[in-house]
Design a protein around this ligand. Structure first.
Ligand SMILES: O=C(O)CCC(=O)C(=O)O
Ligand SMILES: [Fe+2]
Length: 335
């Protein structure tokens, strides 16, 4: 896919798009990078130490995993059970809740600039102020909405803990990003996304060309990702090494929460914290070919939050405008 410059598309959005459109090849695999595990135990007393560890891991590989994070495994499994129930609804029901502006359901509709083909998945996004009638009814899916709201809250809390550490390291007060992701505001735009990558039918297994999720960076400040045991495929390629196209697998482990830095925090940190390319590759022959479920929470600063460059490297921009421009450049306004 080629980037078409329009007067409304700013340079930063086009530069990201150009980079992304060069990331569609298979590349090679390397296991020499370490995706570090960081304990959040005794968080309040250890915040400064944890902040140092998170910063080092983020600067190094950009992906890291949280342990002792305080979310019960039972809650994570229950959220996945809800996601499975949602995706098992008939298509005619899901189609009543179509994706618009980061909220709602889509299937095989997200075309990544890296691949030019649609991700082989369906997803359902929950962005609180935008939900209107986008939750399935209690008759269709009893208990779903309440369970998802509770899980969204837990994910937000973890996200804000991690962001409070990055705030410290950037010289902001610890509540700086919590205010920027204020849930009580109508400008809130953080998103919980349920993902279902389709099982690969036997006849397709010999010639897998489409991607489960094409290579991309996330637009947000921080992504919190839950993976399921045995359902692998996530790979990362640090942006600073993108010329080499060497990918490192992040094996799923339901006991950890995987995190990555997004483009918004990269800009907010004057590029000190890199957002990194990642993708979900298809299973290889002999690997598990069943469905893959994952859940992501995107900490996207509120629309009216002002992203101000600490050193003046970038002009100030609201998070709403920033996201709008990135989405328009990559996807023609849909996501
Ligand atoms: O499903 C995954 O493991 C990754 C999903 C992802 O990268 C995204 O939705 O942005
Ligand atoms: Fe992503």
């Amino acid at each position: 896919m080629t980037a078409i410059a329009t007067p409304a598309t700013p340079d930063f959005a086009l530069a990201e798009l150009e980079k992304e459109s060069r990331m569609g090849a298979m590349g090679s695999e390397t296991n020499t990078r370490e995706v570090r595990r960081i304990s959040l135990a005794d968080f309040d007393a250890r915040r400064a130490e944890i902040a140092d560890q998170l910063w080092d891991a983020a600067v190094d590989v950009g992906f890291f995993q949280l342990v002792d994070h305080g979310i019960d495994l039972a809650d994570i499994r229950a959220a996945f059970a809800e996601a499975e129930r949602f995706f098992a609804l008939p298509e005619s029901v899901k189609a009543q809740y179509p994706l618009a502006n980061n909220a709602g359901w889509e299937s095989k509709a997200q075309v990544r600039p890296s691949t030019g083909t649609a991700d082989q998945k369906e997803s359902y996004q929950i962005t609180l102020p935008l939900m209107g009638k986008l939750f399935p009814t209690e008759a269709e899916l009893p208990g779903f909405k309440a369970a998802m709201l509770a899980f969204e809250q837990k994910s937000w809390e973890i996200g804000m803990k991690v962001l409070s550490c990055f705030a410290l390291k950037l010289g902001f007060d610890t509540e700086f990003f919590t205010r920027a992701h204020d849930k009580s505001s109508a400008e809130y735009q953080s998103t919980l996304r349920l993902l279902h990558y389709y099982a690969i039918p036997p006849e397709a297994q010999a010639h897998l060309d489409l991607w489960r999720a094409g290579a991309h960076t996330d637009f947000d400040c921080l992504t919190i990702l839950y993976q399921r045991q045995g359902q692998g495929g996530l790979q990362v390629c640090p942006g600073k090494e993108f010329e080499k196209q060497e990918w490192t697998s992040i094996p799923p482990d339901e006991d950890v929460i995987t995190c990555n830095i997004g483009d918004m925090l990269m800009r907010w940190s004057d590029d000190q914290l890199p957002s990194n390319f990642h993708r979900v590759r298809n299973p290889l022959p002999g690997e598990y070919m069943g469905p893959r479920y994952s859940i992501a929470f995107f900490c996207q600063a509120n629309r009216d939050a002002l992203i101000e460059s600490p050193s003046g490297k970038y002009p100030s921009i609201t998070a709403g405008e920033y996201l709008k421009q990135r989405i328009a450049a990559n996807f023609g306004r849909k996501y």
